[in-house]
Design a protein around this ligand. Structure first.
Ligand code: NAD
Length: 344
């Protein structure tokens, strides 16, 4: 039976993989994150399954290749943590491009509503029988301008939700969707015009730290920032400064640039801290969740379903729709020639 070694596995990951397996594959669930120290645990498997904070760099890829690993199944959409250039022509990387864009888009608005209307504070107060409303004033979303960065699957649903709130919607995308009626503006205009900025673009060389001191200086005073995409889109220290001097009035963060060491685990007993993270979570105008935006039943089911379908397709020599190929990804305009539906 084909063995699949899962890294960074949590109890909620296993539920749908076990339900959908049909006895076809042998799953080995490891709690360890994949990195150069743990890559040895992949020995003996042709397939591994990894997640957002596994470190799949050149060394890890070469080790996996030498151990005979043929497939990396990413059970997530983003692949910024995979050196897919090193994997090219050695190991096939497959991902789940969409499992529930609704989950992430809905969490985006959940965070915005919670922080703006101070629901997290109200919850704590009323549990203490404190029914005072002082300090809980928010603002109407109606008629506010939301700037969407990245109008792909998630960004598009965020736009739909924002329409329901009667917001003015502007957007920036490096590859605008020409068949839509989205009101695209330049990046600078998005910074200048938005009351709320929501990030939905991938992390890559162009987008790393796109929210920094310089871009923040172009924004409206009192802007809100939401990041449910990838932490390193924002320079965290620049964000912290802007929050402290109230240039940025609120930040909803589901991701953090150094999250790999902290998120998904209970670190409450740890004495050493990430100073920037500590300062951020202690800001009264920050709401932080631990990369939770994807976490719905529907998303977990779809992740397991597509991941297993990717694997079936690989072994059954079918076209690989969800392959992360270095050549295609580096040059979006020309995709690779395909042989039997696979990049060649
Ligand atoms: P997508 O590929 O459908 O859309 C991404 C959009 O960003 C595309 O329209 C693309 O053209 C655009 N883009 C690319 N480079 C850009 C740039 N330099 N500037 C502006 N826009 C650019 O992806 P998606 O499914 O909408 O997901 C968006 C991101 O959300 C993913 O990259 C992932 O990092 C993140 N995500 C987070 C969670 C979570 O749990 N927090 C879950 C899933 C996805």
């Amino acid at each position: 039976m084909q063995k699949i070694v899962f890294f960074d596995t949590k109890p909620y990951d296993k539920i749908w993989f076990d339900k959908l397996n049909n006895g076809k594959y042998e799953f080995v669930y490891l709690e360890n994150k994949l990195c150069k120290e743990t890559v040895i645990l992949a020995k003996g498997a042709e397939v591994i399954c990894a997640f957002v904070n596994d470190v799949i760099d050149k060394d890890v890829i070469n080790n996996l290749y030498n151990f005979g690993v043929k497939v990396i199944l990413m059970r997530c959409a983003g692949y910024n943590n995979v050196d897919f250039k090193s994997a090219y022509e050695k190991i096939t990387v497959l991902r789940v491009p969409a499992y529930s864009p609704y989950a992430v888009a809905e969490h985006t608005f959940g965070m915005l509503l919670a922080l703006n209307r101070k629901l997290h504070k109200a919850y704590n107060r009323t549990r203490d029988f404190n029914f005072n409303l002082n300090g809980l004033t928010g603002f109407d979303l109606h008629n506010k301008t939301i700037g969407i960065m990245g109008t792909g699957k998630i960004g598009q649903i965020v736009i739909n939700i924002a329409q329901g709130f009667g917001m003015n919607i502007i957007a920036y995308d490096a590859f605008p969707n020409e068949n839509s009626d989205i009101n695209y503006v330049s990046l600078d205009n998005l910074f200048k015009m938005s009351d709320i900025i929501s990030l939905h673009c991938p992390l890559n060389k162009e987008t790393k730290h796109m929210i920094n001191q310089n871009s923040i200086s172009k924004m409206r005073d009192g802007v809100y920032i939401i990041n449910t995409s990838r932490g390193a889109l924002i320079n965290s220290n620049d964000l912290l400064t802007a929050l402290q001097n109230e240039k940025i009035k609120g930040a909803c963060l589901d991701v953090y640039e150094e999250e790999a060491e902290w998120f998904f685990e209970d670190k409450s007993e740890m004495t050493s801290q990430d100073e920037t993270l500590s300062l951020l979570v202690n800001q009264p105008n920050v709401l932080l969740t631990s990369h939770q935006a994807f976490l719905t039943n529907e998303a977990l089911k779809n992740i397991a379903q597509t991941t297993l379908q990717n694997l079936d397709d690989y072994f059954e020599n079918k076209p690989l729709e969800n392959e992360v190929c270095y050549r295609c990804t580096e040059n979006r305009k020309t995709s690779c020639p395909k042989v039997n539906g696979r990049c060649f």
